[in-house]
Design a protein around this ligand. Structure first.
Ligand code: URQ
Ligand code: ZN
Ligand code: ZN
Length: 480
């Protein structure tokens, strides 16, 4: 399959320039002006449009079993919905139950993901600890290309990792050259506040944000940062939603600690008034953790992206339909936590980021693709338009506008947190592995075409570098 993307302006994280892009055999074959289309090639007219690296969503949960049910979006429909919005790769999560064999969970998630229509990878959650977990982390890094391990500091009684697990797992990650990531909320405080609110008679979704105030997130973020500092491991904090966690990250980064921050498109644009909606279904549809916050937190999060203290954007795509959310009709603690967004992440960020002048186009590429590729060590295979990179590309029409609505979305869920939002700028064509999989508003995907993407540990480079240095060391002259 050969495709020539003609007449566009290439936008990478570092620069923008007029160039055609030739894709062949799944890779970018050439980038330059006035390229000729080989015989039989498909030509995509990108005149007046931007040619950008396909988005990477580093935080999704397709067909996740959670809180007594399973998300409605599976790996096939979820990766397809991503392609419709310009996202060409996801990093999902293998989440073993406590005491579950890690490798058993690993193979289960890999089996589920085989039907993906776009490339994918996995963070692996460490939800318990013993010697077998330690061993499995080594196997996953050495044999399966895992270089990031997740820790839920919330969800007491389920998948919560306390300090003992954090310290053991973080220490193991250092040995392996892996990054650790955390869901930073103090699960003990959440549990206590949930109980207090429910016993005071507040049973509806309006109690959800009250049970997880920003301080609960700020404490956990700072605790994870300090543990990572002592153990000298790179830390990535997912779905930062508030000033408190952003301040913790900013302080650490200002002191030179290797800490990265992710923000969800939802937390940048949706505020906590949704929980006070009189309609249960509407309020419950927005129940996710950390919760959507007040506008002052949103403004701080945008500043976090602009300042470089937050590096990536994601969606935490974790979809539950109204019937599932109704499991918490009489007790907000039972509402399955999660919202969608993989289809809309890039267009809402373009409209509210680039469209308002908050972000340049190059910064948009950085926070939707390149930074995630670099942090999780798959750059420049992913995250840039350059010869030799995977031909995962989005052709972006800055003049096209659309109104987001669940009624026409590809996402398999009955709600859209961006319902009714009109955006200007969206994907006109998406290429996955050099094949046009989205154009004219239609998907043309193939079940199972997605590939598992291995992500090398950082140790691999250090070891190679050390070996190289050793080789180049002058052999000491023997003194007789
Ligand atoms: O916590 C997460 O990231 C998963 C379980 C999705 N749900 C959520 O509310 N964020
Ligand atoms: Zn989370
Ligand atoms: Zn998540």
């Amino acid at each position: 399959m050969t495709v020539l993307i003609k007449g566009g302006t290439v936008v990478n994280a570092d620069q923008s320039f007029r160039a055609d892009v030739l894709c062949d055999n799944g890779l970018i074959a050439a980038v330059g002006p006035d390229l000729e289309a080989p015989a039989g090639a498909r030509v995509v007219d990108a005149g007046g449009q931007f040619v950008m690296p396909g988005g990477i969503d580093p935080h999704t949960h397709m067909q996740l079993p959670f809180m007594g049910t399973v998300t409605t979006e599976d790996f096939e429909s979820g990766t397809a919905a991503g392609l419709a919005g310009g996202t060409t790769m996801i990093i999902d999560f293998v989440i073993p139950n406590p005491e579950q064999d890690i490798m058993e969970a690993w193979w289960q998630w890999n089996e589920w993901a085989e039907k993906s229509v776009a490339d994918y990878s996995f963070h692996v959650a460490i939800t318990w600890w013993d010697e077998t977990v330690r061993e499995a982390m080594g196997t996953l890094v050495r044999e399966h290309g895992v270089n990031s391990f997740k820790h839920f500091m919330a969800y007491k009684g389920a998948i919560m990792a306390g300090d003992e697990i954090l310290v053991n797992s973080f220490s193991r990650a250092v040995e392996l050259g892996a990054v650790v990531t955390v869901h930073a909320e103090n699960g003990e405080l959440v549990f206590r506040l949930q109980k207090q609110l429910f016993e005071q008679g507040m049973t509806g979704p309006e109690a959800h944000p009250l049970s997880r105030p920003p301080q609960v997130e700020g404490e956990a973020a700072n605790r994870a940062i300090r543990i990572a500092e002592v153990l000298n491991v790179p830390l990535y904090i997912v779905h930062n939603s508030c000033i408190q966690s952003l301040e913790a990250i900013t302080r650490a980064r200002n002191e030179g600690q290797r800490v990265f921050g992710e923000v969800l498109a939802g937390h940048l644009l949706i505020d906590d008034s949704v929980y006070r909606h009189e309609d249960f279904d509407t309020a419950a549809a927005h129940v996710m953790s950390p919760p959507f916050r007040s506008k002052e937190h949103q403004q701080a999060l945008w500043r976090g992206l602009q300042s470089g203290n937050l590096q990536t954007t994601a969606t935490d795509h974790c979809c539950f339909c109204a019937e599932q959310k109704a499991m918490g009709k009489d007790d907000f603690r039972m509402i399955p936590n999660g919202t969608g967004g993989i289809e809309n992440r890039m267009e809402v960020l373009w409209h509210h980021g680039v469209g308002t002048g908050r972000l340049t186009m190059n910064e948009f590429v950085a926070v939707t693709s390149t930074n995630a590729a670099q942090i999780f060590n798959i750059y420049p295979r992913k995250g840039c338009i350059a010869a030799g990179a995977d031909a995962d590309i989005v052709v972006w029409d800055p003049e096209a506008s659309k109104t987001i609505t669940a009624s026409t979305q590809f996402q398999k869920v009955d709600y859209n947190i961006f319902e009714g939002m009109t955006v200007k700028g969206c994907a006109s064509h998406t290429l996955s592995q050099g094949r046009v999989v989205f154009s004219d508003g239609q998907l043309d995907v193939q079940r199972g075409a997605g590939r598992y993407v291995k992500r090398p540990p950082y140790a691999a480079y250090y070891d190679a570098l050390k070996a190289k240095v050793r080789r180049e060391q002058p052999t000491p002259v023997s003194r007789g």
